[in-house]
Write a protein that binds this ligand. Structure first.
Ligand code: 13P
Length: 260
């Protein structure tokens, strides 16, 4: 069985400012984490974060990427530019982008392709809204988001993460229970196995996101198919976020010892 290193990603969304940047840097610096830690600040802070954290193990990701390579696309930032700036990861298809900026599975597929071609690790975000859950079509929604968002892509030996973020759990304080999250993650893993075969699917890390905090992180992370967490609000408090990172590191150490 393939061991997947736990990963914690902070999504700052449109928050921050130089104060958050500085206090985060102070919290992170000179700390060692067995888990992989990634911060996705607004674009404008990516370079600053990289400069300040260059001697740390913290990786930087972007919250979005353009589906275009270059040209007259005002306001866009390409995968190549993000790679050159020093990003390792990029979030794609976050529910806020889908609901407020009209992103769809087809545009996500192009973005995932761009990221993979450039050597960025895409974190494709999927998840059902509350109405879809109530109507018991969660699995249909996820199947479609995966099939269309990854359509035609060759994932062999490529680095990719999938973040399951149920829309009803984002920013509501109502996280999915570990049981529900595990059940869905297991389903996502099965879908990936059906699409890409066990060898490739076992290497894809699956993250849970939606009202993660330092109280629920441990139990979520201890589920067999949850390999990491995508953290919004709780990542804006550096002490709180570092606590989650430390819990993930304990999980990573346990994996190293037990091999699972
Ligand atoms: P919250 O952790 O604030 O619910 O946000 C989750 C999220 O959208 C992370 O991408």
């Amino acid at each position: 069985m393939h061991i997947r290193r736990p990963i914690i990603i902070a999504n700052w969304k449109l928050n921050g400012g130089i104060d958050l940047l500085c206090s985060s840097v102070v919290s992170f610096i000179r700390k060692h984490y067995e888990a992989e830690i990634v911060v996705c600040p607004p674009y404008i802070y990516i370079r600053d974060m990289l400069n300040f954290l260059q001697h740390s193990e913290i990786r930087i990701g972007s919250q979005n990427v353009s589906k275009f390579e270059s040209g007259a696309f005002t306001g866009e930032t390409s995968a190549q530019m993000l790679k050159e700036a020093g990003c390792k990861y990029c979030l794609i298809g976050h529910s806020e982008r889908r609901s407020m900026f009209r992103e769809n599975n087809a545009s996500c597929q192009i973005k995932v392709q761009r990221a993979l071609n450039t050597g960025l690790t895409p974190v494709l975000c999927i998840g059902e809204n509350s109405e879809e859950r109530e109507n018991q079509i969660t699995r249909d929604v996820l199947t479609r988001q995966l099939a269309e968002g990854l359509e035609g892509l060759d994932l062999k030996n490529k680095s990719l993460c999938i973040a399951y973020e149920p829309v009803w759990a984002i920013g509501t304080g109502k996280a999915a229970s570990p049981e529900i999250a595990q059940e869905v993650h297991q389903f996502i893993r099965q879908e990936l196995i059906a699409l890409y075969g066990a060898d490739t699917a076992e290497k894809i890390r699956l993250l849970y996101g939606g009202s993660v905090n330092k109280t629920n992180a441990k139990e979520l992370l201890s589920q067999p198919d949850i390999d990491g967490l995508l953290v919004g609000g709780a990542s804006l408090d550096p002490e709180h976020f570092v606590n989650i990172c430390q819990q993930a590191s304990v999980q990573a150490e346990t994996q190293l010892v037990t091999g699972v």
